[in-house]
Design a protein around this ligand. Sequence first.
Ligand code: BES
Ligand code: MN
Ligand code: ZN
Length: 498
Amino acid sequence: MTVSFRDLPLSDLPKTLGTVAVFASPSALTEAAQAADEASGGAITRAQNAERFVGKEGEILDIPAPAGMKASRLLVVGTGDDETTPNRARTIGGKLGASLGKLDETGATIFADGVGSDTVLASIALGIRLRRYTFTKYRTETDASLDRGPGKVVIGVTNSAGAEKADIDANAVAEGTFFTRDLVSEPANILYPESFTQRLQDLSELGVEVSVLDEDDMTKLGMNALLAVGLGSRRESRVVIMKWLGADDKNAAPFCAVGKGVTFDTGGISIKPAGGMEEMTMDMGGAGVVSGLMKTLAMRKAKANVIGVVGLTENMPDGNATRPGDIVTAMSGTTIEIINTDAEGRLVLADVLYYTQKEFKPKATINLATLTGAMIVALGYDKAGFFSNDDGLSSQLQAAADAEEEGLWRLPLGKAYDDQIKSKLADIKNTGGRHAGSITAAQFLKRFVNDSPWAHIDIAGVALSKEAKPTVPKGASGWGVATLDRFVRDNFEEKSSA
Ligand code: BES
Ligand code: MN
Ligand code: ZN
């Protein structure tokens, strides 16, 4: 489905075919809604008087075959009486997107004159796109309940130039989010470290410098913690580095985003129960968000230096697999006793975090990972949890998530938790016992981070959406692309002087 802006005078409204949508609040009709009301002999005001439709935020009135208009149906979309902010507009767009998805129409035209600023208009487009996302490449039989909705959505305003410009950034967020959702949705026989790497190579078309570490490179660097996770897999592990150097000074210290990319997590020798194991195709979700972020930044040509680094591997049981009790020396020199081979994400991140800080000397680092089931026990599916060694970075990150309305909540770190991962035989062990499982995992990561600002976001509960929300269909959510894009924009970007 495509959403695009076009110059459309309101005089076109009565003659427009297909679905026509306009906006109204409880107290006022937009200019376009007034035009539709007039053309249809007062259909909207009559419905409002009968209180079939009030105009509350996201409420939708569906008038089939409106008299006096060529349209097959007229949708009146409520905006509510509060100011239509970009976030509200995105939610309203999402709800409109959901309604459009239930219709058998080839085209929809949204007359948006009078709804709000160019940014508000672009946010409506973003909401529609985010909600209408589907992952259907493996369905060969059409499903009437899923394959509906117009292929082409046009948002018409009298003068569309400004909205079109604002839509460049909004569309970049949508495309980055879709890249993440596509990667997370792929099954593990298709998306494994090497094929994941190939998809990331495509980002070079957008100006991202992509480089790859193969297993020989990792062996030379001493990345034995990451390599230990992949020992049981027939697939080779990879580390992929994606550089977007958009700042005027290409040598300015970057912001680094690091992702856990376990393309499938069986648990290894500490194998997981069979029920629901297929969900572990999403265990590369952190790497997926980092990849989506890089795509968004490159598409909107962000004036910031950002480096994404993802550790890609597969956790399988095998004669060659890592055993519980094995001890490995990470790239940092820290020795790790592997108690449970299912606590593999922290082993991957240990080496990738250490490598990133050593190689790129970042101003700040944020890693994302589907790291612990305990995160879901603590916060459920509504919020991701995060941990940080820096209060300033924490408030910047929290502010970005709040602004984008993505759930995020800070949890503590501390010495008592660090004591839980002391090992009898090595420096540390990779599990900290039953209690505070997400925190001890974070303490483990902190061992591989220097004193520069760092945050770890555990996205185990939010990478997949259990149910549809206004701007997130059921399935891979893309949680975090919008938040991190906002975080970069607000804290690392040079404001253009234009
Ligand atoms: N990938 C899982 C965590 C996970 C669970 C993500 C559910 C998404 C949904 C991770 O590798 C894992 O298996 N963690 C273990 C750690 C334990 C062995 C200390 C867990 O959470 O059970
Ligand atoms: Mn695991
Ligand atoms: Zn895992």
